[in-house]
Write a protein that binds this ligand. Sequence first.
Ligand code: SAH
Ligand code: SF4
Length: 370
Amino acid sequence: MKFVPEKKPIYEETLDSLTEKLVEMNEKPFRAKQVIEWLYKKRVGSWDEMTNLPKTLRSKLSEQFEIAPAKQILTKQSGDITDKLLLQLGDGSLIETVIIRVPQEGVGLEHSRKTVCISTQVGCAFGCRFCASGLDGWKRNLSTGEIVAQLLQVCFLEDARTPRARPEIPSFDNIVVMGMGEPLANYDNLLAALKIINADWGLNFGARRITVSTSGVVPQIKRLAEEPFQFRLAISLHGATNEVREQIMPINKRWPLEELLPAAKLFSQKQGRMLTLEYILIEEVNDQLEQAEHLADIANDLRAHVNLIPYNTVEGLPWKRPGIPRQDRFVSILKEQGVSVTIRREKGHEIDAACGQLRLRTEKELQTAK
Ligand code: SAH
Ligand code: SF4
């Protein structure tokens, strides 16, 4: 069943679409600019705070538009490094948004670099064997407004925590679209949201600081390659041969490496951007030396950076994270082949920071509480 909200989320509107709507409501076009400025530069969370709008207009707007389509129901912190927000949407669905801080020498954590990880779907249809997001299947796509609202929610939190000299600029440095769901399977809503996030009247956040992660939806990678925005792309590879990849990622049957890799190459050529290959290390599944060799060939051919992620244990799944010596051996093979490689030493492991886990646990608790 499709979820139809009673009111339209205001975060779906662009400056143009809101101007049109206000004119239809017999209001002056410049009111749209005022509303948008309150939303994205002053970032208020209610109509009443928009003090330069006449009261009558505020009440008209509040009848038509919803300002907060996501409600924060839980925040989990992990040693100040990671904040995980569990958000409840209008239909009761739960999604996750994560703030990851990178500690820097001489800088307090509140002023350190921050990356925000956002979700694009409730659940996921792709069913990768290692991932908590897909365990309960796919429920629905997030709307454009729900994608944008996650970032506003982070802004509300961070603005209140750390007053800054230029509060109109969001306090985070990067956005990664790596939360729950497959972003490229919700292409239109995602693109509309990214345009609002990127627009100078919106969050004014540079496309080059936004990374979209995909499990390999080939036609949409090709489509993204043609877009005029320079978003970064990360491909979740997790297997360097079809044989290994299709064991853990059913999508590989639909779009095997011989289709995925040329699409990835097309993207980096058209956009002139270096790709990232994400590779989870799972013991004795994809962490063999031979896989490292194949991965090095792929990375060198694509001139891609490799980000290794030691597997994060998911309750109910049998996979294991390899020990540090095995991880290091994998890294050194890539390095020997001249690949640019980083290994993520897990942040926020103890708060279920991997994709979909907090939501899964909370949904289970809610079900048993019923
Ligand atoms: N659907 C997209 C984006 C969301 S998943 C994609 O697959 O790329 C974001 C990242 O989290 C992916 O690289 C995914 O493989 C990784 N991930 C999922 N489950 C994980 C786990 N248990 N441990 C570590 N990383 C995981
Ligand atoms: Fe979906 Fe990505 Fe998880 Fe695969 S890894 S199930 S594509 S969210």
